[in-house]
Ligand binder design. Sequence first.
Ligand code: GRF
Length: 198
Amino acid sequence: MSNKKVAILISGGGSNMVSLLESMTGDHPARPCLVLSNNADAGGLAKAAAAGVATAVVDHRPFKGDREAFEAELVKPIFEAGADIVCLAGFMRVLTAGFVSQFEGRMLNIHPSLLPKYKGLHTHARALEAGDAEHGCTVHEVTPRLDDGPVLGQARVPVLPGDTPDTLAARVLVQEHKLYPAVLRRFAAGDKTPVQLA
Ligand code: GRF
């Protein structure tokens, strides 16, 4: 069976993207085919290029809020690369139902909370404000609703006395880098059984 091709969408530093790239070697059932960003300044682009992975940029700004027009361009390099699976990894644009439906059942996202808690932004501050004893991250299948869709894996971390949003985010990010590769490996092999870490 041939390897699945994975396109990874980023907006920033791309540390989750790097952890995915590094995982796709040896007997892994997938290989990266593209790293795509909406932001030409995304630090992750240089990291992907250094790893020998094709990169592309589709800047959302010229589209001035016309999501459909932006997505009509965004989808082109993904199709050209022949991606079987699309991984959102810190991709900070909300996607329309029309875009998502083109990748139904084969698009994943990582979100820094224990979904269904704290969809959207500022998840670490919100977990602290709520006085939660634990926090974490989730990889899920992408559906048209933001940060929704079947959960494919979760990893938990304790909230410690004195935590700030930054210290908590750093603890969660360590787990993100373990969880996302673990889920992708299983998913690419056709297994949607949720991964539980910690
Ligand atoms: C991660 O916390 C991810 O969960 C969130 O954005 C952050 C991206 O970090 N959606 P990176 O670009 O992967 O370093």
